[in-house]
Design a protein around this ligand. Structure first.
Ligand SMILES: NC(=O)c1ccc[n+]([C@@H]2O[C@H](COP(=O)([O-])OP(=O)(O)OC[C@H]3O[C@@H](n4cnc5c(N)ncnc54)[C@H](O)[C@@H]3O)[C@@H](O)[C@H]2O)c1
Length: 340
């Protein structure tokens, strides 16, 4: 019998790649999302679409499922600063509540895709293992850290909880995000012939190809509970820790070192390299480097498969939705606008 997996945030950057991947691997997928960034363009008898808010889920949404991957979230720092209350409500409180509902409804395995940004800023000489004390600097990473802590406490023999701390993800997705560092730098190089570099370039970031992120989730689903239950893993491998200026060099190499650097922003305090030994020790390894991601994104840009617009920048899109919600509210009569 095919296993049923609940994927929240299925319509987002990672979710819209993860969902078809899981269907292909023979899972039944219950895809729960507000679909803020648009619906999934997939037809499959094993796909059940639920258009709902994760703050409103009930027992019925968790029935007859085996696993859950809880992607839905306000997904970056700037959006978390702009929508503080919502970030804590969604990323922390709703997730804890839903993990409890998952446990109550006998879901066997729960995966929380969290973030390496929870480490905040660590010394240049250090590499963060999963045991490092978290020092989250933003609302986004604070909410994620609280969710990790509270959800890990729910782990039991029959409810396996695994936290995956991901680096900044890059690579193609049908719901592209150009607010992610490798994706955006590649876009600017391709479109405007410049390397856009956030000051001062020495900030350290783990990165992760989107396909490697998804394979890590699958790896946890396939792993024995006694290896992954109550565990936190940094997700990555070799070719994943970079200073931002090294990423710029990688992109420039692709353009035969012809592009000039344009600096922006004030100094970014988030800086952390992380260790990937623990996940390597359970048999996971990455397949891609940022250079592969850059090549892939340029190829997609060249054929017009992706482009940058408000819908691909998380904060811009949420602000656009809020703006239009207000406009439509003000002009709507009897649920109608122009057509009566
Ligand atoms: N992309 C990265 O670089 C990265 C890195 C580390 C961790 N993560 C984590 O992985 C997860 C997925 O990231 P992503 O890049 O796909 O983000 P995304 O913003 O593209 O997708 C998030 C999805 O959640 C949905 N959503 C948001 N609030 C909701 C709500 N209240 N109810 C229902 N649905 C809601 C959105 O509609 C969207 O489809 C997030 O939890 C994020 O924090 C992502």
């Amino acid at each position: 019998m095919a296993k049923r997996i609940i994927v929240t945030g299925a319509g987002g950057y990672i979710g819209s790649m993860l969902t078809p991947y899981l269907l292909k691997k023979g899972f039944k997928v219950r895809a729960i999302d507000r679909y803020f960034f648009g619906f999934l363009n997939i037809k499959n008898k094993n796909l059940e679409i639920i258009n709902n808010d994760i703050r409103l889920l009930k027992d019925k949404h968790f029935k007859n499922a085996d696993y859950m991957i809880d992607l839905a979230a306000i997904s970056n720092d700037v959006t978390g600063e702009r929508y503080k209350k919502e970030t804590f409500d969604i990323n922390h409180l709703a997730r804890v509540r839903n993990a409890k509902l998952a446990k109550k409804n006998k879901i066997k395995k729960y995966i929380l895709p969290s973030s390496c940004s929870n480490y905040g800023k660590i010394k240049k000489t250090e590499i963060a293992t999963e045991n490092f004390k978290l020092k989250p600097l933003t609302n986004y990473s604070k909410a994620n850290s609280y969710a990790e802590k509270d959800i890990l406490k729910l782990a039991s023999k029959n409810f396996c909880v695994t936290i995956l701390r991901q680096g900044t993800v890059y690579g193609y997705s049908p719901k592209m995000r150009f607010d992610l560092v490798v994706n955006r730098m590649t876009y600017e190089a391709w479109k405007n012939n410049k390397i856009l570099l956030m000051k001062d370039g020495t900030q350290r970031r783990p990165t992760l190809h989107i396909k490697d992120a998804i394979r890590a989730m699958h790896h946890i689903l396939n792993s024995k509970n006694d290896i992954v239950n109550r565990q936190v893993f940094n997700v990555g491998g070799k070719n994943n820790n970079y200073m931002i200026k090294d990423l710029a060099d990688i992109i420039n190499k692709h353009f035969k070192n012809k592009l000039d650097i344009t600096w922006y922003g004030s100094n970014d305090h988030r800086s952390y390299f992380v260790s990937f030994e623990k996940i390597k020790n359970i048999g996971y390894k990455t397949n891609y480097s940022p250079f592969d991601g850059v090549k892939e994104i340029i190829k997609c840009l060249n054929i017009g498969k992706i482009d940058l617009n408000d819908n691909t920048i998380t904060l811009d899109w949420y602000e656009t939705l809020e703006k239009w919600n207000n406009i439509i509210k003000n002009i709507t009569i009897n649920n109608k606008v122009v057509k009566f």
